[in-house]
Design a binder for this molecule. Structure first.
Ligand code: KG4
Ligand code: ZN
Length: 333
């Protein structure tokens, strides 16, 4: 079995996968959301400390004979350096004590494999990755051949939900909260504009939209209290435009590129409004659409262990002496 470890941001998670059958034998996650909530975002030093206590706890839950583990996989890039270190340190300790090799896994490649947790992956596929750290359109030609077609020049899609939630003191992470508030609101009340609408570049930007929202909230506060109805309407109007921005640029890629299958991954891919717009887009262009199961959209070790299966099959291992963390985005081999 392969033991997978995820600690790149604020989720500590461990999974066990059987590489031939792709059976997920164990999966558990300890989220730090509550601890970071009062700060309105992830506090790296706190995240690092919490990983150090959560990861050994998770290991204790595994009721298995450790001699059945033949490799340890860990997300070693990209992410918060102090968070990545927690998982990588544990992977090195396990590698030495169990005398097994390490498989370093790119966290973003892990997200892609959340589409193929229990089945063989089929490439090529066009991927939309929307998380707290990234907003990417990827042309995935093979396991280790990934081209970035678009990214964001400032905030990510998920991050913009987090920041809008913070502006209205709604807590962290903001994605699910804003989506819930939006379901009660009128999305046509605030006329926010779609970012880069008339810009030919295929690129995302959420900071301008965030500022439009900030100004709208400021005006509401100046006119009196921010009422519940205002929060619902701001959330709905913001969510609508943020999602339409995703679709606007994607549509340009759909027009330009030939591909059959389209996959949507990352924590923010849990958003139902975004899902419905993407489904409509794929129907229009007659493309097959794949979503990660809800439980595996956000960060988890099952996707890390699953991505590691590909490297395991190619004997692509790293020794504990050589494994490094790489905090920055790099999808090159
Ligand atoms: O993939 P993920 O768990 O962590 C990163 O790798 O960043 O994604 C977390 C992000 C957060 O920004 C969170 O607010 C966002 O995904 N998110 C959502 C929703 N659920 C989570 N954003 C919009 N709508 C949601 N339903
Ligand atoms: Zn992630």
């Amino acid at each position: 079995m392969i033991l997978g470890i995820e600690s790149s941001c604020d989720d500590s998670s461990i999974a066990l996968i059987e590489p031939n059958s792709l059976k997920l034998k164990f999966h558990k996650k300890i989220s730090q959301e509550l601890s970071h909530s009062e700060f309105g975002g992830v506090v790296p030093e706190l995240a690092a400390r919490l990983h150090t206590s959560a990861l050994p706890k998770l290991l204790e839950y595994i009721k298995t004979d450790f001699s059945q583990i033949s490799a340890v996989a860990v997300a070693n890039e990209p992410g918060l350096s102090v968070s990545l270190l927690g998982g990588v340190s544990m992977a090195k300790a396990l590698s030495i004590s169990l005398d097994i090799p390490i498989i370093g896994v790119n966290h973003l490649v892990g997200h892609i494999y959340s589409l193929f947790l229990q089945n063989e992956a089929i490439f090529p596929i066009l991927i939309l990755l929307v998380s707290g750290g990234h907003t990417l359109i990827l042309d995935v030609k093979a396991h280790d051949e990934i081209e970035i077609l678009a990214s964001t020049s400032d905030d990510s899609f998920g991050e913009s939900f987090d920041k809008v939630a913070k502006m209205m003191n709604l807590g962290y992470p903001g994605g699910q909260i804003i989506e819930k508030m939006a379901s009660l609101g009128d999305s046509s009340r605030f006329k926010f504009t779609i970012p880069l609408k008339h810009d030919l570049r295929i690129e995302y930007s959420f900071s301008g939209l965030k500022n439009q929202v900030r100004l709208a909230i400021q005006r509401l506060v100046e006119d009196g209290n921010l009422q519940d109805k205002d929060i619902y309407d701001v959330s709905a109007s913001f969510q609508k435009i943020a999602c339409e921005h995703i679709i606007d640029k994607l549509e340009k890629i759909f027009l330009m590129r030939k591909f059959d299958r389209f996959g949507v991954v990352g924590g923010a891919s849990a958003n139902f409004y975004l899902r419905s717009l993407l489904e409509t887009l794929c129907k229009k262009f007659k493309r097959e659409i794949l979503f990660s199961p809800m439980e595996f959209c956000s960060d988890n070790a099952a996707m890390i262990a699953r991505a590691a299966v590909e490297k395991y099959r190619q004997n692509d291992f790293t020794s504990y002496k050589d494994l490094q963390i790489r905090p920055n985005l790099n999808l090159k081999k």
